[in-house]
Design a protein around this ligand. Structure first.
Ligand SMILES: [Zn+2]
Length: 230
């Protein structure tokens, strides 16, 4: 998505990704992750360009940071998210999908323990519910939460909960989600990456949340563009 406002050219990469929840980052399906610089990382890390040696990530690739114009907008978005009664934000933009049932929020969000095995099939109905991670219900009045930090990008699909956790817990990386497109774009065209979380990068992943996660990412992008237009 590219739009030009006066002299500001802002490139947004909007889509879906697999989330990497931890006890510190309570990422749920449908939440949004936005690429912002974290420690020495510009917002996106290309993780298959590095090697894990003794459990430490050795990064060999370097990616640009999102453009400063994009990062400068984020404080205003975060400020607005503290006042849900005043600013509809993502929730307001999500209403544009109300008439298309494909984009409605699925009812079940399951996070299984990292050592849990999928029992087969397209859903997790046969999987052992005693292996679910206990998480309290969300109390926020907002439909989704937004997380800011590192997005891991790779040519290979992340489908390994233990590897996911090792990247998420690495203090130099702090990976929030995994996807497969951003690294290819970042150095040619620095952009802000916006990802809706559609699964948890584990053996239980399926397509059930894809449409809703795409909608929440698009709704966040729309909110961001509406702030720029003011
Ligand atoms: Zn399963």
């Amino acid at each position: 998505m590219t739009r030009t406002f006066y002299k500001l050219r802002l490139v947004l990469m909007v889509g879906i990704a697999g989330g990497a929840p931890t006890s510190e980052q309570d990422i749920r399906l449908g939440d949004v992750v936005v690429s912002v610089p974290y420690k020495n990382i510009g917002g996106v890390v290309q993780f298959d360009m590095g090697k894990r040696i003794d459990g430490t990530f050795q990064r060999t690739g370097h990616l640009n940071s999102p453009p400063a114009q994009a990062l400068n907008i984020l404080p205003e978005i975060k400020r607005r998210h503290q006042f849900p009664d005043q600013y509809g934000g993502v929730d307001e933009h999500l209403k544009r999908f109300d008439n298309d049932t494909r984009f409605h929020r699925p009812s079940i969000d399951r996070l299984f323990r990292s050592d849990s095995k999928h029992q087969g099939g397209k859903s997790c109905e046969g999987c052992d519910s005693s292996e679910l991670v206990a998480r309290p219900p969300r109390t926020s009045p907002r439909a989704i939460d937004v997380f800011y930090g590192t997005i891991a990008s790779s040519n290979t699909l992340m489908k390994d909960a233990r590897a996911r956790d090792s990247y998420a817990h690495d203090p130099e990386l702090g990976v929030l989600c995994f996807e497969m497109e951003a690294a290819g774009l970042m150095n040619d065209s620095p952009c802000l990456v916006i990802r809706g979380i559609c699964d948890y990068c584990d053996l239980h992943k399926n397509d059930e949340w894809h449409y809703y996660a795409a909608a929440t990412a698009a709704a966040y992008a729309r909110e961001l563009l509406s702030v720029i237009e003011l």
